[in-house]
Design a protein around this ligand. Structure first.
Ligand SMILES: *[C@@H]1O[C@H](CO)[C@@H](O)[C@H](O)[C@H]1NC(C)=O
Length: 467
């Protein structure tokens, strides 16, 4: 490898979708964090080596996001070798971080405070407002020593534009696999060498031909529909629209009994979990306002689709990059909705849109609107930068890798991304781990308060259990 070590970085231009994420991340949306809570001290050398191996096999993970201030464009610089440094916070430095992020009255664990701290430490902040060209790594990693309980937190931060949720899950699986299988011999995997994958391209390069285009008039009408709708949309009440925002997390967990009943309920009705989650959230949001029954409100729901299997060629879940697309639907609510009726309604409108390829045909329009909102916050209600009430993923993450977890001493795990720039009022990151539903619900604070969100999520949980 020594002959390539000093060879210059390759440059790869970014795609339209990636460009929107670069702009979003610059303002605080799209900082993905994978967080692990360990009950034994991680082996730093091993962790460091494993991360290096991941960056060798997935070149995009060792790239730097570059902003050229002359042309005002982003690109990826991909060096030939990895230069990742693992940041280590000893217990004093961790304690300082916890002190400066005082938990609110409800039980927030140290692990969650550290997760929020990571979501709000933005290495790409204002990258595109800089007057000098600069570049910042897309991947960062830190270890925190949590004194009082003798635990450790490992946090991996990655730019959403180059690593969507599917890739983040694959990354975590590969990382724990490497840390488990490697016995410290310093060898580079089974075959003695790392197989370097090709640099991934943007999602637009893989859209099946014909599916992205749509008739000129239809495009104009849909765009008008999206932008007119945004003024008629209802939002969760804004508590403080003026102060500087950060991302916070409320966790929604169901035990295995309630989870299996909920999944069974979805299955018998032929709908996916995302339908039930968004319906429960809509009912809880409507109920949080003291409006008379029968008064109509319109809410927007964004459903994120992992397009990998629909692309040409189809991509594996280990293909690192951003390959999600969004479908935006609006739903009229008048109070007194019943969960399964509403879930069927939300899910079928999503399914219809997907069947007519809206996730491909409207991709460019939604990217354009997202960038418009970022550039002109005044186009959104109270300059809140909220573009929908909620975002859900079409499919949950199914995590059954508990053997690795036990051996490595992993006690808890959460994965989510920041939303305090442009985004929804609640972004749901759902995982089913050991048959239990575990959702990280990310919201912008203090636009919404912790109490408001906790109440909403508690109510949502009640609705899901009672059904
Ligand atoms: C940590 O990992 C390194 C490299 O894999 C190995 O050489 C070392 O023995 C390990 N240390 C401990 C304390 O297990």
């Amino acid at each position: 490898m020594s002959d390539t070590e000093n060879s210059p970085a390759k440059t790869r231009p970014i795609s339209g979708t990636e460009n929107s994420w670069c702009k979003a991340a610059s303002g605080g949306t799209g900082i993905t964090i994978l967080s692990l809570l360990l009950i034994k001290q991680p082996n730093f050398t091993l962790l460091h080596n494993s991360l290096h191996k991941l960056q060798l096999s997935h070149p995009i993970l060792r790239s730097k996001l570059h902003f050229n201030s002359l042309s005002s464009t982003f690109s990826l610089l991909i060096p030939s070798s990895s230069t990742l440094r693992l940041t280590h916070h000893d217990f004093q430095s961790t304690a300082k971080i916890i002190q400066s992020n005082p938990p609110s009255s409800d039980p927030t664990t140290t692990f969650q405070i550290l997760l929020e701290h990571e979501l709000n430490t933005n290495p790409w902040e204002n990258l595109d407002r800089s007057s000098i060209s600069c570049s910042v790594d897309v991947l960062h990693a830190s270890v925190y020593e949590i004194d009082e309980v003798g635990k450790w937190a490992v946090m991996i931060k990655v730019h959403t534009g180059v690593c969507d949720r599917t890739a983040a899950v694959a990354l975590l699986k590969e990382l724990t696999g490497l840390m488990k299988s490697s016995n410290g011999g310093g060898d580079l995997g089974e075959s003695g060498g790392i197989k370097e994958r090709e640099v991934s391209l943007g999602v637009e390069e893989y859209i099946p031909s014909g599916k992205m285009s749509k008739p000129f008039w239809s495009r104009g009408v849909d765009m008008l529909g999206y932008s007119l709708n945004s003024f008629r949309l209802s939002n969760l009440e804004f508590v403080d629209p003026d102060s500087r925002r950060s991302s916070r997390v409320v966790r929604l967990m169901l035990d295995s009994d309630h989870t299996s009943k909920l999944l069974e309920g979805c299955k018998t009705r032929g709908i996916k979990l995302c339908g039930a989650l968004s319906a429960a959230a809509l009912i809880a949001a409507r109920a949080s306002k003291s409006l008379p029954d029968g008064e109509w409100e319109k809410y927007a729901v964004v459903t994120l689709i992992d397009c990998r299997k629909l692309l040409e060629p189809a991509l594996s879940s280990h293909h690192v990059g951003f390959y999600h697309s969004a479908i935006l639907n609006t739903h009229d609510m008048k109070g007194s909705e019943e969960l399964w009726d509403l879930a069927r309604r939300t899910y079928s409108s999503f399914e219809d849109a997907k069947n007519s390829n809206k996730h491909f045909s409207d991709m460019a329009d939604l990217n354009f609107l997202m960038c418009r909102a970022i550039e002109n916050p005044g186009l959104t209600p109270s300059s809140s930068l909220r573009t929908s009430f909620i975002s859900v993923f079409e499919d949950p993450v199914i995590d059954e890798t508990n053997e690795n977890y036990e051996e490595l001493g992993i006690e808890d795990c959460m994965g989510c991304a920041s939303t305090h720039g442009v985004g929804p009022s609640i972004a749901i990151f759902d995982t089913i781990r050991q048959n239990k539903l575990d959702c990280a619900c990310v919201y912008p604070f203090p636009l919404h308060s912790r109490k408001q969100m906790q109440d909403l999520i508690d109510n949502m949980k009640k609705i899901l259990i009672d059904c």
